[in-house]
Design a protein around this ligand. Structure first.
Ligand code: PGA
Length: 256
């Protein structure tokens, strides 16, 4: 699955964001996912948890059903996971993915980090092996973190950072408390920057005014590991889909 071997989709917006109203944003992202599944039923898609994609996941079953598209042959890969939370803890990323994606879409296969049976480093190695065994990722969908992280690639993550154990930044730990993990985990495991950047198609999602500052820094500031999302900007398969509240501080929004 090389970059050159895959068609670029019509309407791809490059490193300038596609800006939608809050009421249409989730419909748009769900429709795009339906497009990808229709074009490639065996899609291998890495998905985030967190709050940003929840409205997309809510709409997906009806959007897919309306188009007679199924995820039954797809592989869903979890982007990241906390360490130190018991199996089934509601803040666990695998628990949330199960509830909001897997139970609804019933994909053929799900790849998560096996942090309960294996040491974290071994779980990372197994995760990468599992992805390689299905031929690699076709698409990775990312929420933009408050500090510019993508997955749990926190500030300071280099473009070649592998799938690994990482110490969580303060804002990530605060978010974990909001998701129900109190006290919050100190560490997580994440698909690395290298794995993200090796994926032919990357979608970066952001919604709400609280993401306005970091979205502007991501798109208009320096390309730097201090804002890991900025490292996506040169990727030829990048698509940035945001709502107008998140986009309000972006310098030159470009065509939408
Ligand atoms: P959010 O989290 O979607 O809950 O805002 C995004 C992130 O921190 O990765």
């Amino acid at each position: 699955m090389t970059q050159g071997g895959r068609d670029r989709s019509a309407g791809e917006t490059g490193s300038r964001p596609e800006i939608l109203s809050a009421s249409t944003w989730a419909d748009r992202v769900a429709a795009l996912l339906a497009d990808r599944l229709a074009a490639r039923p065996e899609l291998v898609v890495c998905l985030p948890t967190g709050s940003t994609p929840l409205p997309v996941y809510e709409r997906l079953p009806s959007v897919l059903a309306a188009r007679d598209v199924s995820a039954a042959h797809a592989t869903v890969v979890l982007l990241d996971e906390y360490l130190g939370l018991r199996p089934g803890h509601p803040a666990r990323c695998d628990a949330l993915l199960g509830k909001v994606v897997v139970d609804r879409l019933r994909p053929a296969r799900t790849i998560v980090f096996d942090v309960d049976q294996q040491e974290p480093a071994a779980a990372c190695a197994a995760f990468d092996r599992d992805i390689a065994a299905v031929g690699g990722l076709d698409l990775v969908v990312l929420g933009l973190g408050r500090n510019g992280h993508i997955g749990m690639n926190e500030p300071g993550s280099a473009p070649n950072a592998p799938t690994r154990v990482i110490g969580l930044a303060p804002s990530t730990r605060e978010a974990a408390i909001r998701y129900g993990a109190d006290p919050p985990p100190t560490h997580g495991v994440t698909l690395g920057m290298a794995g993200i950047l090796a994926t032919p198609e990357i979608w970066l999602l952001a919604t709400g005014a609280e993401k306005a500052g970091i979205l502007a820094a991501t798109l208009d500031g320096p390309v730097t590991p201090e804002v890991p999302a900025s490292l996506l900007r040169d990727h030829p398969g990048l698509r940035i889909i945001v709502d107008d509240a998140a986009a309000r501080s972006v310098r030159s929004p470009g065509p939408s």
